[in-house]
Write a new protein. Structure first.
Length: 727
């Protein structure tokens, strides 16, 4: 390797000097950025820097979607960046795995040790190495560029399924890609179904738009097992049993046909398989659908009438409803509803689950799968794929064994299902674990080496969104704190120590961003990366009603109720209702011991497991809690504020009990996702979830879970704070 490239690898963080910095004073400046978190809003940020330190973080007032507003969590991002708990130097384990005992080491020692161990494993079988990463940052540079390193290594591939893959797969086979309405056009909708979403907590800027639509006369209906903060502010709430959304959608389809509320012209021109779908829906009578979903027949008929007669009608679908066995089929059915009434004809009609498929991304150019050695040596064979949602089983039983795991942008000990197995897997003494992190998370406690990473305020990145149509740039606002390095730099440094010389492994951040997008695509209307950095963000040039005359990105160009691609895989080409894995209907013996269904939506002040360690947010949130219906609490002689155990055969977690009719009888709502070590009792909700996968997309089925709730031992003086926080 030449000297220039070595220098590039070690100084790469200096290659992205921010272009868009507005001088507002002698030592004060403003830097344009983007929120990196797993949220559809992808807000445009403005960071004020004085004397080299962030003094203010705000939402861009110029960016139409952000409109100057940040959520409570990200408004405290600077507190997170400057936290005294930030990891400041590489660390090497000195105590037992899981003990959290480490000693500081140099970057040279850390990187040399990692490279040596990876080379040793790769010499036997590179598929014994696994990258485990997800959406700790959603950026192309810090999130996706590291995959070049693992492709070059020939490591096992990671099936990234833990959040959204059931829904995205459903959209792929129904609409052709993750495409939908422009979120800004919901303001003109007259009926908005908010389906499986607590938008106030997880999609704040859509909620602002929906509120304005409501002020203009729109009717808002929430479909959710739990009366969330969002559902409380809607005109109606339909509380389905968890996992029955597909049955409800089929019941709606039957009623739309029965009440002659369909748009036959749109169906004939722009859909495929409608007659077969209507035939399947005939079995979902009002009586049967109401029984399956645990609701009144009148709610189904009334919603069908509203949806088929109020124009424009729009659906904001979110990912909660797809985290069950039949989640993919349910999302297919809901994504097909707008075509049945011709809602796509209007810019304010249709459906939005994700907008990510609108962006002209160049994934192959970004991640470079052509680097995979197996492709060259073994007739195009790819390395094996490990499903991240079943990481517990994979660490314990994969053959050949996973010998090394590199975790970045993720916290699997907290977020992966069936904690006991995940913990057991990470406890393996023969497993070499590297964690790249901001803080010493649950997962970091099990690492052999921890590397300190930069936060969004300290590095460059490029972001698309799955909730709107803007491409955004994040400029580094301040220098990396202490010895923190960006993900991109870390993997450039590791590639150097591996002795590799492929130039793309050492691309600087701007070159990586350049490779991530097809800049010649008409949707970018000629904008370049340089111009994007000057503006900070750019909206894609897409028609307000792109599917008014079909033109869906499916093979047929139509909404495909019947999918030949699914049929070719031996799967049902028509969407159907698949009952949950765990329910009275499908597992009566299990339900006799664990009679309560549990869903685990995010706590309002956390985002997955991020922000859990921000003290001000944890103080607002209080202790880990669950909600139970008064009838269920009465049967168990439980009282408001009790410390309870939520348990099944897989494990248990403790929570402060809240009793409320906001949850339906038979349902427990356990809020996530706490770090285990910061949760009362030392476990979070994933102690009871399982690793079984969804029907489509191989996703996690977190909300397909039966439990029982029992009182814990009376709280003594040491636990008095838990009781106080519950009131």
């Amino acid at each position: 390797m030449n000297k220039a490239r070595v220098e590039s690898a070690s100084s790469a963080d200096r290659h992205t000097e921010p272009l868009r910095i507005s001088p507002v004073g002698a030592s004060r400046r403003e830097v344009k950025g983007a929120c990196p978190h797993d949220c559809p809003d992808t807000c445009a940020l403005v960071t004020t820097v004085e004397a080299g330190r962030v003094t203010k973080l705000s939402g861009s007032k110029e960016h139409p979607s952000t409109a100057g507003v940040l959520c409570t969590k990200v408004a405290r991002y600077a507190e997170r960046t400057y936290s005294p708990d930030r990891l400041k130097t590489p660390l090497k384990r000195t105590g037992p795995k899981g003990s959290g005992q480490f000693a500081a080491i140099s970057w040279d020692e850390a990187l040399d040790s990692i490279a040596k161990r990876l080379q040793s494993v790769a010499a036997r079988n590179p598929e014994g190495i696994l990258p485990y990463n997800y959406a700790g940052t959603m950026g192309f540079v810090q999130g996706e560029f590291p995959q070049r390193f693992f492709h070059r290594l020939g490591a096992s591939l990671l099936d990234k399924t833990i959040c959204a893959s059931a829904g995205s797969t459903a959209l792929l086979y129904t609409l052709g890609a993750s495409v939908g309405m422009d979120v800004e056009r919901f303001i003109d909708s007259k009926l908005i179904l908010i389906w499986g979403s607590n938008a106030i907590a997880s999609n704040l800027h859509f909620w602002s738009i929906a509120q304005e639509a409501k002020r203009r006369g729109a009717k808002l209906i929430a479909i959710d097992p739990f009366k969330s903060d969002t559902a409380l502010k809607c005109h109606e709430h339909i509380a389905l049993k968890p996992g029955t959304d597909a049955a409800f959608a089929l019941g709606l389809i039957r009623e739309l046909k029965h009440q002659a509320l369909i748009d036959q012209d749109y169906i004939d021109r722009y859909t495929l398989g409608s007659e077969a779908l209507f035939e399947r829906a005939q079995a979902f009578t009002l009586e049967r659908t109401a029984e399956l979903c645990g609701i009144d027949q009148s709610q189904i008929a009334a919603l069908a009438l509203d949806y088929g007669s109020i124009r424009p009608a729009a659906i904001r679908l979110n990912y909660g409803m797809q985290r069950v066995r039949g989640g993919g089929n349910a999302a297919r059915l809901i994504a097909g509803l707008p075509a049945l009434i011709g809602a796509w004809r209007d810019p304010a009609g249709g459906m939005l689950l994700s907008s990510s498929g609108h962006f002209p991304t160049n994934l192959a150019g970004l991640t470079r799968p052509d680097l995979v050695p197996q492709l060259k040596a073994d007739a195009g064979r790819l390395p094996r794929t490990i499903n991240m949602s079943a990481i517990g089983d994979a660490l314990l039983h994969a053959d050949p064994a996973i010998e090394a795991i590199i975790v970045y942008n993720a916290n699997p000990l907290a977020v992966a299902p069936e904690t006991a197995k995940v913990r057991q897997g990470f406890l393996r003494e023969d497993l070499f674990t590297v964690v790249i992190e901001h803080f010493q998370t649950d997962t970091a406690d099990y690492a052999d080496i921890i590397l300190p990473a930069t936060t969004q305020l300290e590095h460059f990145d490029l972001h698309k969104s799955y909730g709107h149509r803007y491409l955004l740039v994040n400029e580094a606002a301040v220098e990396p704190l202490a010895e923190a390095r960006s993900n991109a730099r870390i993997f450039r440094d590791l590639a150097h120590r591996m002795g590799w010389d492929e130039a793309c492994l050492f691309d600087d951040d701007v070159a990586v961003a350049q490779s991530a997008i097809d800049w010649a695509d008409l949707r970018l209307a000629g904008v370049s990366l340089q111009a994007l950095r000057q503006q900070g963000w750019h909206k894609l040039a897409i028609n307000d009603a792109p599917f008014a005359e079909g033109n869906f990105p499916t093979p047929s160009g139509k909404v495909e109720f019947f999918s030949k691609r699914l049929a070719d895989q031996g799967l049902d080409p028509l969407p159907d209702y698949l009952p949950p894995y765990e329910s009275v209907e499908t597992a009566p013996e299990l339900a006799s011991r664990f009679p309560l269904a549990m869903i685990s939506p995010p706590a309002r002040n956390f985002l997955n497991s991020s922000f859990v360690n921000v003290q001000s947010l944890r103080s607002i949130e209080g202790e880990q809690a669950c909600v139970m219906h008064p009838d269920d609490a009465r049967q168990r002689k439980l009282l408001e504020g009790d410390l309870v155990s939520v348990h099944n055969d897989r494990g248990a977690f403790q929570a402060i009990l809240h009793i409320s009719d906001r949850t339906r009888p038979g349902l427990v709502v356990g809020f996530g996702i706490w770090w285990h070590k910061l949760a009362v009792g030392g476990n979070n909700v994933n102690a009871v979830t399982h690793q079984r996968l969804t029907d489509l997309g191989r996703a996690a089925s977190f909300y397909d879970c039966l439990v029982e709730v029992s009182p814990c031992e009376p709280m003594g003086e040491d636990n008095a704070a838990h009781k106080a926080l519950s009131h």
